[in-house]
Ligand binder design. Structure first.
Ligand code: BES
Ligand code: ZN
Length: 623
């Protein structure tokens, strides 16, 4: 055995090996061909990071995180270098643990992936990187006080998924390379820091002049996209024995009220697929520029404030992010080509939690809407982009979510719930704290569920689901009676009924989405005005309603939609709710493009870098 294959043997996952979560034990990594991550420069088969210790100061004046990252490295005997991912970091020095300087170099940069940072480690197995992030770091949203709810203090939040953390943490930024971590973060004394791990100093400790210091740690090996931090005027309120919510003081009470089913959701999730393994499950409500609906940062889910509509209509976001504590954080997509293993599993699991907490009709309503999204994506996407496993840049929209969850639901209906649930639970146990590939999951299904049953194998069409475009005809479509009633309102509108006669009282987000997305795409101006006047759509405080309405209204060049978009777009950063509006404007060419550009000129400076990059693409703006 040569040296490299000796290390490979050390690092290789052996199928069925018991999962170890002890802090000192490096998590195994897959090194099969399909597990190769094209979005990292790391060469983990030669040397890989096992632990990251951050010691950083948040400098709001210069918009920089500054300090050191100390990395523990597991290296092949004789390995001379370790390769890290670096997206625009400003590196001062790199030394070994005793302070001896090490040579390092940064290779050619790609705008998306960043550059390889190669450190000549010699015999060192611990290195200390002195560095700072740039103000434009793509993971970091530095917000002035005006962009917070309280409007008095600045705010910072990070968003790591998929490959943004390399803009503020120098490590091997690949979902297949698990690392434990710890952090010390110094912040202005009037702010609070939180992170996606155990919060060791809830109130902070005295730090350098005028600052407070917070300490955190994560003793489970996690993929590094799950390291996350937020700093701001943040208060806490408990929700249950192991659940609670962090938010700005002015939003805390309303958020806590709407999130009061969180503890029930954790219990429901555990009843399905085994113990919650992360200790606490807390939620953090971010300012509206947060680019996503939610982000499953371990122990601390990040949430958009757009989900709070006063009626709990959107708490499926919490069920979703909670479900990632199993599908995603425990068993992780080995590469971003396997995204559906995170998002499709989670969308399925989320719906099971919704069903336990809110009943079958509520779950059916959400599943039926997901089906609508799937049909729309299948229609709009190029066939090659409708595969579950594919190149990350090619995968289309929410397909990984909706096709992935439909795949798992179809298996469930084929083998029966009891058998499927037992299998899934054992799957999470057997692969806990390990990366997984599409091929690995299919092999596991065959070994532990199908077990040579030819009939079942034929029925399940696993390879069609995973690797082929489109949807097998066995796909299960869950239908909702609630939404079927909404469809009657759509037909009434089509038949010319007065809008005031529609039974919209008591409609929540899902009913409105079905209704607005189901209306004919072309409507006379008078009809749009009647809809708007009767239902208050242009002024709706519900961002989901506003987004769906604006798409319809802009598609018809309905003039009052312009002022509504002007007001709405710059204050919301959640991509799912603003991208369709920008796209609708862009599709209106001569009429819409100038409006979009004018609004975006004002909005872009207040968007998170991830949101800005994605709207840039829609409007054909080059940086
Ligand atoms: N992990 C995702 C967010 C994400 C996806 C971040 C891809 C970066 C790249 C999160 O769990 C998610 O899916 N959020 C959804 C909400 C959910 C209820 C479907 C979102 O942001 O809309
Ligand atoms: Zn998700």
């Amino acid at each position: 055995m040569n040296r490299l294959s000796a290390l490979a043997a050390l690092l290789l996952v052996s199928a069925g090996a018991p999962a170890l979560a002890a802090p000192a034990t490096p998590a195994p990594i897959l090194t099969t061909a399909e597990a190769r991550d094209a979005l990292t420069y790391a060469r983990p088969e030669i040397a890989r990071v096992t632990h990251v210790a951050l010691d950083l100061t948040a400098d709001f004046a210069s918009k920089q995180m500054r300090g050191t990252a100390t990395l523990d490295i597991l290296a092949a005997p004789g390995a001379k270098e370790v390769v890290l991912d670096d997206k625009g970091l400003v590196i001062d020095t790199i030394t070994d643990a005793r302070g001896n300087r090490l040579n390092w170099s940064v290779g050619k940069a790609d705008t998306y992936k960043g550059a390889p940072l190669t450190v000549r480690i010699g015999t060192a197995r611990r290195i200390v990187i002195g560095y700072r992030s740039q103000p434009s770091a793509s993971a970091l949203g530095w917000l002035p006080p005006e962009l917070t709810a309280g409007k008095r203090k600045p705010y910072l939040f990070s968003q790591g998924q998929a490959i943004e953390n390399r803009s503020w943490i120098p490590t091997q930024d690949s979902p297949g390379i698990r690392q434990t971590w710890e952090a010390r973060i110094a912040v202005p004394a009037d702010l609070t820091a939180v992170m996606s791990g155990e919060r060791l100093t809830p109130k902070g400790e005295p730090g350098p002049a005028g600052m407070k210091r917070y300490r955190f740690r994560m003793t489970h090996p996690v993929p590094p996209y799950l390291i996350a931090s937020a700093i701001g005027d943040i208060a806490f309120r408990p929700l249950g024995p192991r659940t609670g919510v962090y938010a700005e003081p002015v939003t805390l009470a309303a958020a806590a009220k709407e999130l009061d089913d969180t503890e029930k959701m954790v219990t429901a999730a555990e009843s399905l697929y085994g113990p919650y393994r992360w200790g606490r499950y807390d939620l953090l409500v971010l300012p509206p520029s947060f680019p996503y609906g939610g982000m499953e940062n371990p122990t601390l889910t990040f949430l958009t404030p757009t989900m709070f509509t006063g009626d709990k209509a959107n708490v499926d976001v919490v069920a979703h992010e909670l479900a990632h504590s199993w599908s995603g954080n425990l068993v992780t997509n080995a590469t971003w080509s396997d995204t559906w293993l995170n998002e499709g599993f989670t969308t399925y699991f989320e719906n099971r939690i919704d069903e336990i907490v809110y009943g079958t009709e509520r779950a059916a309503t959400l599943a039926d809407l997901s089906w609508d999204d799937l049909q729309r994506d299948l229609k709009e996407a190029k066939p090659a982009a409708t595969r579950l496993h594919g190149e990350p840049e090619e995968l289309y929209g929410q397909l990984a979510y909706d096709k992935g969850s439909t795949f798992l639901r179809t298996i469930e209906r084929t083998v029966g719930r009891a058998r499927w649930d037992a299998y899934l639970r054992s799957y999470f146990d057997r692969h806990a704290f390990q990366p997984q590939t599409t091929a690995g999951f299919l092999a596991d299904l065959r070994a532990n569920l199908i077990r040579g049953d030819r009939d079942l194998e034929a029925k399940l069409k696993l390879d069609d689901w995973a690797y082929k475009p489109g949807l097998p005809d066995s796909a299960v479509h869950v239908r909702s009676a609630t939404l079927a009633k909404v469809d009657e309102s759509i037909r009434a509108v089509e038949a010319g009924a007065p809008i005031a006669s529609l039974p919209t009282a008591g409609w929540g987000t899902q009913e409105w989405q079905r209704f607005l997305n189901g209306l004919p795409r072309t409507l006379p101006q008078a009809r749009l005005a009647e809809l708007d006047r009767t239902l208050g759509l242009s002024a709706s405080p519900n961002a989901y309603v506003r987004s769906a309405w604006l798409v319809l209204a802009i598609g018809n060049r309905y003039p009052p939609a312009v002022a509504s978009a002007e007001e709405y777009l710059p204050r919301i950063g959640r991509m799912l709710l603003i991208r369709p509006v920008y796209r609708a404007l862009a599709e209106q060419g001569d009429w819409g493009m100038p409006i979009a550009r004018r609004i975006y000129a004002r909005a872009r400076p207040v968007y998170h870098p991830v949101t800005a990059a994605s709207v840039d693409k829609i409007l054909g703006r080059k940086e």
